[in-house]
Structure formats: structure tokens, C-alpha cells
Ligand binder design. Structure first.
Ligand code: 6R9
Length: 653
């Protein structure tokens, strides 16, 4: 029996408690039913909870594969996330409760946030940024990252956040792809007791970024070793955040943005070597972010909400920044690693701030499981009431552990499926409604139409198929920056003659109750510890090394990370395989892309298994990496290659 069948035999079901239901925003099926019949009316109602400067004329214009939402309407995202909370009882409410890895702590009220966002917006203006300009943000997990995003939104600049763990090369490529004018960074950040030299990385990247005119640098390392010499400032180009702040006016008039104006670009991996700049717009994105945050997490004013994602990923955009702040929530933000200085850091934080809603990734849950319950039991987690999971399929064992050890069998778990491209949660339980099953993301969010199709676009009622979204939704991507054709080809060309069907790249199964079980990517995209990485990206980084002639990269299952990277490499003449070359290649990939892409295994080989037309057969490499019997090898040009690879791989293990 394969894993999928084991999964589908999962019959345990966990209904919400009567107590939870009684207080939940949504406690019966009416929202799903009504929104199912009239999705536009549902989304219009949700959009109407935002502050608009000018009302929209049309809810949705759908000319497949192009959708526009709330056309004619205008609004400003920073006004919705900040200004509208400062006139009432939320004015002095904690917006962000921040903790640095070394233990420094600070709380920003909505009023604080309002002041800081205005100042930051004026700093950007002072540096010449105007509406439509691109601004790169390369930051640690500090509140200034959120402030920088909101400041861009305030003046209509388009931000592109680059994960602080990415290499200078990755930063450079993203800045150049969308032509950023300004980069916002910090001198450094903290991770597992080490400092991450962000400004130095940025300087390295900027050697080849002709469009960057100015760099705004936050001084993070003020407490501790920090001084101004950690970052070398380039006269005229670089500016300290805390100094420039003193020189600008305190109020910045928010830009009136069209609902369809671009809010941000976020790069994500696809099946080619080049990451895609996913484009999100203003009105629809914020509507999706706000509505899903409210309903999926049953978010209330009294909640203390903690999403552990880094700001560099879409989850950090939608569920750390825009969704919760649009709802006027109190959010926890933590800078560092979950096991620093000890493996109970997260639970210490939950206890200290009384976290009520906790949203994290399966890879983290599996690590907590491995570390053991005693780290959790040291802390009072009685305030928790909703638990969330995102980023990859959660195995039933991890789900049950989350339910028992963290949630004490009291807290509904929301397993939320979505993507950078979808902008907000698409398939998920609602905690006061859905009887959850461990391992299933359950059913589409109200107003979302998702289904399973076969390769001919026939619907699959029960069984396995390709996930498809059959109706537009407000927070959908609008295009890929600078490559509109790739938008059409990647997402709307899977089913011949059906540009109305969105293809997310995931496979799934539907059970007898109509519940969906996401199985993972069906393309050459890996999911390593919840991070999307294209096999081609890693291959390009490998062949960039002078010793490498050819490389093929596959994912193999990994207990903690979900998937790990296995690389098969052929060397150029004159180079010989060795342990030190293997280490060098692993480091080379980390240097080119970032540590998250460092391969676990590298196998040297004289040849790679190819079809007669020269295509590398990754399917067979996966069989080898996962120690399985080889699948069909009849199309191979030279079947002996793969047999010898398998022997070598096993010898190395
Ligand atoms: C939000 C985010 C998207 C890919 C997606 C899928 C996987 C995300 C999941 C899940 C199973 C879940 N994925 N959530 N798989 N169950 N609850 O992670 O965005 O980084 O773009 O990744 O992650 O394969 O296609 P992103």
C-alpha cells in the first residue's frame, strides 16, 4: 500500500467543540452555501469592510485568463492596516509585539505604527521614490520590515521583499528583474546566536544593480556589539534609517490607489532556473487577506495572533502583515530560530504573550515532535485556541501531535492550502464549522471554487487528480512581472482551450466526504522545509561551478524537511570526485542561492540516465534517491547507467 492510500484510510474526525462553536464568527454552513451560490456577492461584502476612498463600479471583470476586481474603486492599503485603527479603541492597542533573538523586546501600538509608517513613507519620498517605483526590502525579522512594507503601500511604491537568508546573487537577480530604485536593509540580524551580515551581502549584490539609487539601512545591532562600523556606508548612496527619520515631516498623505494598482511583487520558484515575480494588486489582495485572516483563524479583537513565517515569504506578507493588521489584530513577531537558546523558545513566547492563535509549518511541527513534549510541557499554553498549518502537506502523525501536545485536544487545527500566486488561503477548514481530519486541508474557503480534474479537464468526484481553481478570486496573481506570457503558459494552459482554469501545480485526492487531501507538486518544484525551490535553480547553481559538467536535481522524502535535495553530478575532464569537492559543491549552491537550497546528497556519476532524445529521467533519479526499485527503464538510451548509479548511491549511504 502506498502512502496516499494510507492517508486516505484516515477516518478520525475532529468536530469543533460546542464551546468553540458558540463563540466563533462562523459556526454553520451558511457562509459556504451562500458564497458558493454567489461568490461575487460574498467578496463584495468582504471588500466593503475595508475603507475605500472611492467605491468600485464592477466587482469582477473576468476575461479568462485575466481578472480585475473592484474596478473603479480606490483605496490605500496602509490606511486600511493602520490609519483606520487610530481613531477608536484600537489606538493604544498593541499592533506588534516583537521579540529579538538575543532577548530584546518591544511593543508597537497602532498609534506607534501610524507614526513610524508616516515617517518611513516620507523617508522614501525624500530618496526620490514615487508611485509605481520598485523598492527592495532585504531585512531581518524586525518591525521595520513591516513598517517598510506599509510605507511603500502608503506612497504607492511596489515592494519586493527578498528573504534575508538569500544570497547576494539571489538578491541581485531580483532587484534587477524588477528594476528597484531603492533598497531597504539592515546592518545585520540574529539567527542561532550568529549575526547575519545583511548590509555586507547587500553591498556585494549592489555591485551589479545599476537601478539602485539609494540604500536605507536600519541599525539592528545597536544593542550588543553593534556600532556603525559593522556596515560600511557609501557616501551619497547609503542612509541610516534612524538619522534620515529625524529629517523628514511626520505626516505623509496616503496615495489614492486604484484597486488594480500593483501592491507588491514577490519572487517564487517555478520549473525554470529563473524565479518568477508574482504580481499582486491592491483591492483584491487586501480583500482576500483580510477575509481569510478573520474567518480561518476566527480572529477577534482580544486575540494574540502569532504567525511564525518570515516576512520574505508570502505567508509573512498575508498573515503576518496585511491580513492581521487590516483586522486590527495584535500580532507577535519573533526574529530568530525556534531552538535558540533552547528548544522551548516558541513555547516560552506563547506563554509570555498569551498567544491565542498560532500559525506555523509542518516542518517546524516535526522538529518539535523530535525534540519532545517536555520542552512544551514546561510552559503554560492554556491561552491557545486555534492552531494553523501551512507550506506543505502535514502528515497525520504530526497533525495528531500538534493536536494533543500543543493544542491539548482543545484547539481546532486549520490546515491551510494556498500559494504565493493565490495570495491568500484557498482550501481550509473553518475552525467553528469543519470536522477536521488529520492530513486533509478539507474544503475550499467560501467564495473559492476548487476541484480535481484529470488531464482532459473531466471532474473527479472521488479519487486522485490535478487540483484546479475554476473561478477567479480577488487575491489571485495578475501576472508575472516582465513576463506576461509565462503567466498564461504556467497557470492557464494546462487544459487545452480552457484559459478559465487555473493550474496550481499540485496533485490531490478527494475522499467520499468531498474532502481534499493535497499530495504535493506534480512539477519540478521541490518543497524543502516549506520553501519552494526549483530543481533547475539548483542545477544552474551546480553547473556554475567550474568542476561540474552536468547536474540533475531531485527531491527525496525527508522526515523533518518533507523533502531534501539530492543532486547527481557529472564532472568536467580534469576533475576527480572527492569528499572535499562534494562539500565545496554543497557550499557553492548555498552561496549562489542561499542556505535553504544546499543539497543533502551529491552523487558523482560518469553519466546521467537519459532518454534517447537526451532528456534526463528525473523519475529514475528519484527512485534511486529514495531507495526504491527502479521504475520503467525501457526508454533509457543506456540502461546500464542507472543500475551503476543505484549501486553507487547505496554504497555511499
Ligand atoms: C503559502 C505557501 C506553495 C506550495 C503549494 C503546495 C505547498 C502549501 C500546503 C501545501 C499541502 C498545505 N503547500 N500549503 N501543501 N498542504 N496546507 O506555502 O506558498 O511558498 O508559494 O508554496 O506549497 O505544494 O503549491 P508557497
Amino acid at each position: 500500500m502506498n502512502d496516499i492510500d494510507v492517508l486516505l484510510q484516515e477516518t478520525r474526525s475532529f468536530p469543533p467543540s460546542a464551546e468553540f462553536k458558540a463563540k466563533a464568527h462562523v459556526h454553520d454552513s451558511r457562509l459556504h452555501d451562500d458564497a458558493g451560490m454567489a461568490p461575487h456577492a460574498f467578496w463584495a461584502r468582504e471588500a466593503a469592510t475595508l475603507d475605500w476612498m472611492k467605491p468600485w463600479e464592477t466587482v469582477c471583470e473576468w476575461t479568462p485568463p485575466r481578472a480585475k476586481w473592484f474596478t473603479g474603486g480606490t483605496l490605500n492599503v496602509s490606511v486600511n492596516c493602520v490609519d483606520r485603527h487610530i481613531h477608536g479603541p484600537r489606538r493604544n492597542k498593541a499592533a506588534l509585539i516583537w521579540e529579538g533573538e538575543p532577548g530584546d523586546r518591544r511593543t508597537w501600538t497602532y498609534w506607534d505604527l501610524y507614526r513610524e509608517v508616516n515617517l518611513a513613507a516620507n523617508m522614501l519620498k525624500r530618496l526620490g521614490v514615487t508611485k509605481g517605483d520598485r523598492v527592495a526590502i532585504y531585512m531581518p525579522m524586525i518591525v521595520e520590515s513591516v513598517i517598510a512594507m506599509l510605507a511603500c503601500a502608503r506612497i504607492g511604491a511596489i515592494h519586493t521583499v527578498v528573504f534575508g537568508g538569500f544570497s547576494p546573487d539571489s538578491l541581485r537577480d531580483r532587484i534587477n528583474d524588477c528594476g528597484c530604485k531603492v533598497l531597504i536593509t539592515a546592518d545585520g540580524g540574529y539567527r542561532r546566536g550568529q549575526t547575519v551580515p545583511l548590509k555586507r551581502n547587500a553591498d556585494e549584490a549592489l555591485k551589479e544593480c545599476p537601478t539602485i539609487e539609494h540604500v536605507l539601512v536600519v541599525m539592528r545591532r545597536r544593542s550588543g556589539v553593534g556600532d556603525e562600523t559593522f556596515a560600511e556606508m557609501q557616501e551619497g548612496r547609503d542612509h541610516w534609517w534612524h538619522r534620515l527619520k529625524r529629517q523628514v515631516p511626520k505626516y505623509c498623505e496616503p496615495e489614492e490607489m486604484d484597486a488594480e494598482d500593483v501592491l507588491f511583487i514577490l519572487y517564487t520558484s517555478g520549473t525554470t532556473g529563473k524565479p518568477k515575480g508574482i504580481v499582486h494588486t491592491t483591492g483584491g489582495y487586501l480583500t482576500g487577506a483580510a477575509a481569510t485572516t478573520k474567518y480561518v483563524f476566527d480572529l477577534k479583537d482580544e486575540d494574540v495572533y502569532w504567525c511564525t513565517a518570515d516576512i520574505g515569504w508570502i505567508t509573512g506578507h498575508t498573515y503576518l502583515t496585511y491580513g492581521p493588521l487590516a483586522n486590527g489584530a495584535t500580532c507577535v513577531m519573533y526574529e530568530g530560530a525556534p531552538d535558540w537558546p533552547d528548544k522551548d523558545r516558541f513555547w516560552q513566547i506563547c506563554e509570555r504573550y498569551g498567544v491565542t492563535v498560532f500559525y506555523t509549518a509542518p516542518t517546524a511541527i516535526r522538529a518539535f515532535m523530535k525534540w519532545g513534549a517536555p520542552f512544551v510541557e514546561k510552559h503554560d499554553l492554556s491561552q491557545l485556541r486555534v492552531l494553523g498549518s501551512v507550506g506543505e502537506p502535514i502528515n497525520p502523525e504530526a497533525w495528531m501531535w500538534y493536536h494533543k501536545v500543543i493544542g491539548k485536544e482543545r484547539c481546532p487545527i486549520v490546515d491551510t492550502w494556498w500559494q504565493t500566486e493565490t495570495g491568500s488561503i484557498m482550501i481550509t477548514p473553518l475552525p467553528g464549522v469543519t470536522s477536521t481530519k488529520p492530513g486533509s486541508a478539507t474544503t475550499p474557503f467560501p467564495g473559492i471554487k476548487a476541484t480535481l480534474l484529470d488531464s482532459q479537464a473531466n471532474e473527479i468526484a472521488v479519487g486522485g487528480g490535478l487540483l484546479a481553481i475554476t473561478h477567479p478570486w480577488p487575491s489571485m496573481l495578475r501576472t508575472i512581472w516582465g513576463d506576461d506570457q509565462r503567466y498564461v503558459d504556467t497557470y492557464f494552459s494546462k487544459w487545452e482551450g480552457r484559459p478559465d482554469l487555473y493550474f496550481p501545480g499540485d496533485g490531490a485526492k478527494r475522499d467520499d466526504d468531498g474532502f481534499l487531501w493535497i499530495l504535493g507538486r506534480v512539477d519540478d518544484v521541490l518543497n524543502v522545509a516549506g520553501h519552494r525551490i526549483g530543481t533547475m535553480e539548483v542545477e544552474s547553481a551546480l553547473v556554475d561551478h567550474p568542476a561540474v559538467a552536468e547536474a540533475a536535481v531531485v527531491g527525496k522524502s525527508h522526515d523533518l524537511k518533507g523533502q531534501a535535495i539530492a543532486a547527481f553530478v557529472t564532472l568536467r575532464a580534469g576533475f576527480t570526485q572527492s569528499g572535499s569537492l562534494r562539500d565545496e559543491l554543497r557550499e557553492h549552491v548555498a552561496l549562489k542561492i542561499g542556505a535553504l537550497a544546499r543539497p543533502d546528497d551529491i552523487l558523482f556519476s560518469a553519466d546521467l540516465p537519459k532518454t534517447r532524445s537526451g532528456k534526463i529521467m528525473r523519475r529514475l533519479l528519484r527512485d534511486i534517491a529514495e531507495g526504491r526499485a527502479l521504475g520503467d527503464t525501457t526508454t533509457l538510451a543506456d540502461p546500464s547507467v542507472v543500475a551503476s548509479l543505484k549501486d553507487q548511491y547505496e554504497a555511499q549511504e
